[in-house]
Design a protein around this ligand. Structure first.
Ligand SMILES: [Zn+2]
Ligand SMILES: [Zn+2]
Length: 227
């Protein structure tokens, strides 16, 4: 399964002034095998312009969503993708939905939007847990997770290395992800952090280095990796 991280930031980045610099993060979206888009956020088309990938959106066949916060879903992006042929896939916890080569199961997330979900995505070869946004995770999510072995789990690391922030009830900091990995590590080959807030304050390299001792990778905008 090929993951292309279109955006790896939380909602506080200045998306009106985007950049291809590794220290700029746009709203979180992730493209699977260049055809299944998780979260049609407001930066998808700008990403393609900035990174010189004009044909990418035309390849998107399916759209799934985690939740309806404005940094994860944009009506303009969704409409434009659908006008290019993409299909909107509706998920319902915890019923597996099948389309093309994919099975997507949504599970309830501990997050402050109505119907917040995390997604278990299979392409028939590998499985991905896309777990953002959410603080820790719900026991119902755990009940589903333990039935799988993942090529990667992707968590939000919204607060970065800032500890004790009020958002811990809806988002993770790096320490929380590291703590979850101590146990969940046996259910996944790789653990990746995305959705980092600007107010976390540090640059990509500093943050990535801080996660290394835990065996956790830090995503950045434009990163492509196979799981
Ligand atoms: Zn978000
Ligand atoms: Zn959110």
């Amino acid at each position: 399964m090929k993951l292309r991280f279109i955006g790896t930031g939380a909602a506080d980045w200045d998306i009106a002034h985007p950049s291809s610099d590794i220290n700029f993060r746009r709203c979180s979206s992730c493209l699977i095998n260049d055809e299944l888009l998780i979260d049609p956020g407001p930066c998808v088309y700008e990403f393609c312009d900035t990174f010189g990938l004009p044909d990418l959106t035309g390849k998107v066949k399916y759209i799934v969503t985690t939740h309806f916060h404005g940094d994860h879903i944009s009506a303009d992006t969704a409409k434009r993708l659908m006008s290019e042929g993409a299909r909107w896939i509706v998920t319902e916890c915890p019923v597996p939905v099948k389309f093309g080569r994919y099975t997507v199961t949504s599970v309830p997330a501990n997050h402050n939007a109505r119907f917040s979900t995390h997604l278990i995505v299979s392409d028939g070869e590998s499985e991905l847990l896309y777990a953002l946004d959410g603080g820790w995770m719900t026991w119902r999510e755990w009940e589903e997770i333990k039935k799988h072995h993942f090529g990667a789990m992707v968590f939000d690391g919204t607060m970065g290395n800032v500890r004790g922030n009020w958002r811990m009830f809806t988002h993770n900091d790096f320490y929380m992800v590291a703590e979850m990995k101590k146990y969940l590590g046996e259910f996944t080959d790789r653990t990746i952090v995305s959705h980092v807030a600007k107010c976390a304050g540090e640059d990509h390299e500093t943050q990535a280095r801080s996660l290394e001792p835990y065996g956790i990778e830090l995503a950045y905008d434009g990163w492509v990796t196979e799981i």
